[in-house]
Design a protein around this ligand. Structure first.
Ligand code: ADP
Length: 320
């Protein structure tokens, strides 16, 4: 029994495939598992297949093939038990906007069979936790965007699921509210709830998650501890706008350079150098810089690197 408990995963996905009726293959056979108590990010660009995967786990989307187990309950033959374990915060705001805030959470408690008194207690507990208790008698429509998202979190938590899944929880939410949502998610994770979130913000995954799976075009291209993945990002790329024109990229010792346009130079800098070193090199070659910016976002860079290494068949993308 002890062994079974230790081996049990909060979520186990095997060879999960999804092809939509129109022939779109959204998932090409993915495998991953989430440990009990983990804070897990499913990261990927738009269209990668994240929402499809979440939809299948929460039985909103039918899978084409594969296996899904939630705390040991297989969704094919033990769906009710699997669903009991899950709280979902979907990407789209799917509240009844004419219903009162308190009633939305209380009604959800009813779906999960909570007795009236417990439903009342939990409604108050989670509306207070998400700073919405004062708004309990207002209709959802009157809430701001950030409040609506918090209301969806309260609703997802009212039956106290063991696994909370959030699909792009902070999309369109301003930075202050985003950070307070992060604090709250950290708290409930520390209190024992396993959390999976999808995001296309690396910063969000980086700040919250211990483990990350990166999904691209329906395939998992990375599945590792967050620290392992971040180590791959220790190179930065700067784009320099130059005063002079060049035909070929000037060589700068210690840096990889690529000429993008006749006055635009990309410089890749590793962890052993800093910007002072770069400017010394530029001075030594009499190259004047008009402006400098950090290239794109780090997530894009990470994707590019992972996709490149996948195509090159390199072992670099493997979990160290
Ligand atoms: P993500 O959540 O990572 O943005 P999705 O799971 O929403 O990705 O989409 C994965 C792929 O499946 C995309 O190519 C998308 O266009 C397609 N897709 C999603 N939902 C449907 C649907 N209902 N019918 C057909 N194709 C879909």
């Amino acid at each position: 029994m002890v062994t079974i408990r230790r081996l049990m995963k909060a979520l186990s996905i095997k060879n999960l495939q999804k092809t939509y009726a129109n022939g779109n293959q959204a998932l090409g056979g993915i495998n991953f598992s989430v440990d009990v108590g983990d804070f897990y990010a499913l990261l990927g660009p738009n269209g990668a297949g994240k929402t499809t995967a979440i939809g299948i786990i929460t039985s909103l989307v039918n899978k084409s093939r594969g296996e899904v187990e939630v705390f040991g309950h297989n969704i094919d033959n033990d769906l009710a038990a699997a669903k009991e374990c899950i709280g979902l915060v979907p990407q789209e705001i799917n509240l009844n906007l004419w219903e009162k805030v308190g009633s939305i959470v209380w009604t959800q408690a009813g779906y999960y069979g909570l007795k009236s008194r417990l439903a009342q207690e939990r409604t108050e507990k989670y509306l207070r936790a998400l700073r919405l208790w004062d708004r309990r008698n207002d209709i959802a429509r009157s809430l701001s965007g950030g409040m609506k998202r918090r209301l969806m979190i309260a609703r997802a938590l009212v039956h106290e699921p063991r696994l909370l899944i959030l699909d792009e929880p902070t999309a369109g939410v301003d930075i202050e509210i985003r950070r307070s949502m992060w604090d709250y998610l950290r708290q409930i994770n520390e209190a024992g709830t396993t959390i999976i979130l999808t995001t296309h913000y690396l910063e969000e995954a980086e700040s919250l998650c211990r483990h990350v799976a990166i999904i691209d075009e329906g395939k998992i291209i990375e599945d590792a501890r967050m620290s392992t993945v971040l180590r791959k990002l220790q190179r930065e790329v700067f784009v320099l706008s130059l005063a002079q024109q060049f035909d070929t990229a000037p060589e700068l010792e210690g840096f990889r350079t690529t000429l993008r346009e006749d006055r635009e130079l990309e410089v890749e800098m590793g962890p052993s150098h800093n910007l002072n070193d770069l400017f010394k090199e530029l001075d030594a070659h009499n190259i004047s810089v008009v402006s400098l910016r950090n290239k794109s976002n780090r997530l894009e860079e990470l994707f590019m690197r992972l996709v490149e290494s996948k195509h090159n068949g390199s072992q670099e993308a493997q979990d160290a």
